[in-house]
Design a protein around this ligand. Structure first.
Ligand code: CP
Length: 289
C-alpha cells in the first residue's frame, strides 16, 4: 500500500519511473490493470480536471469508481472530515483519492489503513498536477536539466507552484517566479514579467486563486491583464521553441488572452490529456504488489 501525499517525497528515480509508466500508458504499451478494485474519489473542494481525469484513469485500469458528492453528504449533518474518511475505510474498499482545502489534511489521517492519493491540499501541494506538468515538459524537450521555467501569477496561494518549484529544481531546471508583488514569495527567485518572456523555455501561467484570499487583489482584472496577461504580442517575444503551460482552469482576459489559449505554443489541453496517463501511473504505483 503506497500513499502519495507530495511528489517531493519521491526520489528523482521514482518520479522518472512514473513518467516512463505514464508514457507506456499513453503509447498503449502497458497491460497493467486493477480490475475489480474499488476506489472512491472524495473531493471536498471543487474540481473538474483532477476529479474527472482520475475517474477516466481509474476506468481505464478497470477499477470500480465511487464518486462522493460533498454537497449532498452527511457533512451537512455535522459529520467531520476525519469521520467521513473513516466511513469509506470501513467499507473495506481499496483506495481513496482526496482533495481538500485544508493544507496537509492528510496528517489527520495517518492511522488509516487504506492508500490515499492526494488530489490537492489547500495551497500546499498538487502531486498529480506536478507529475503531468513534468510529463508534458519531458515529452516536449526530452530532458529537464538546464531548462528555464517562469511561473507567473498568484504564487503565494498556488499548490501547483509550491509542488513544481521544489521538484523541478531538484530535477535540474532553473525556476523563476513573476507576477504581482503581493503574491510573490521571497524564497523563490523573482524576475520582471516583460523581461522573462524572451528568456524562458516554459512560461507557466497561474490563475489568481480568489477563493483562497483573505482580502481582495489590489489590481482589477483589467489591470492584471494589462500588466501580466499573456497576449499574442507578448507571445511573439518568446523563444521559437518555448511553450506555454497553465494548470487550468484559466480565466480568459485575466492571465491569458483568449486567442493565446489554443495558439501553437500552448500545451494547456495537452497537459489535460497527459493528466489521464499520469494518474494511471500514480494508481499503478499505489496498488501494484
Ligand atoms: N488543475 C486542476 O487542478 O484543475 P481542477 O481544479 O479543475 O481539478
Amino acid at each position: 500500500m503506497k500513499n502519495l501525499f507530495r511528489l517531493q517525497d519521491l526520489t528523482n528515480e521514482e518520479i522518472m519511473q512514473l513518467i516512463y509508466d505514464a508514457k507506456d500508458f499513453k503509447e498503449g504499451k502497458s497491460n497493467f490493470n486493477l480490475n475489480g478494485k474499488i476506489i472512491a474519489n472524495l473531493f471536498f473542494e471543487n474540481s473538474t480536471r483532477t476529479q474527472y481525469s482520475f475517474n477516466v484513469a481509474e476506468e481505464k485500469l478497470g477499477m470500480k469508481v465511487i464518486t462522493f458528492n460533498a454537497q449532498s453528504s452527511s457533512l451537512n449533518k455535522g459529520e467531520t472530515f476525519y469521520d467521513t474518511i473513516k466511513v469509506f475505510e470501513s467499507f473495506l474498499i481499496d483506495g481513496l483519492v482526496i482533495r481538500h482545502s485544508q493544507d496537509e489534511y492528510y496528517k489527520e489521517l495517518t492511522g488509516l489503513n487504506i492508500p490515499i492519493i492526494n488530489a490537492g491540499d489547500g495551497k500546499k501541494d498538487h502531486p498529480s498536477q506536478c507529475l503531468l506538468d513534468l510529463y508534458t515538459i519531458y515529452e516536449e524537450f526530452g530532458y529537464f536539466e538546464g531548462l528555464k521555467v517562469c511561473i507567473i501569477g498568484d504564487i503565494k496561494h498556488s499548490r501547483v507552484a509550491h509542488s513544481n518549484i521544489e521538484v523541478m529544481t531538484r530535477l535540474g531546471m532553473k525556476c523563476y517566479t513573476s507576477g504581482p508583488l503581493e503574491y510573490k514569495e521571497d524564497i523563490y527567485e523573482y524576475i520582471d514579467f516583460e523581461e522573462c518572456l524572451s528568456q524562458m523555455d516554459i512560461i507557466m501561467l497561474l490563475r489568481v486563486q480568489n477563493e483562497r484570499h483573505s482580502s481582495k487583489m489590489t489590481l482589477s482584472n483589467d489591470e492584471y491583464f494589462a500588466r501580466y496577461g499573456l497576449t499574442k504580442k507578448r507571445v511573439e517575444k518568446m523563444k521559437d521553441h518555448a511553450i506555454i503551460m497553465h494548470p487550468a482552469p484559466f480565466n480568459r482576459g485575466v492571465e491569458i488572452a483568449s486567442d493565446v489559449v489554443e495558439c501553437d505554443k500552448s500545451r494547456i489541453f495537452k497537459q489535460m490529456t497527459n493528466g489521464v496517463f499520469c494518474r494511471q501511473a500514480i494508481l499503478k504505483r499505489s496498488f501494484e504488489e
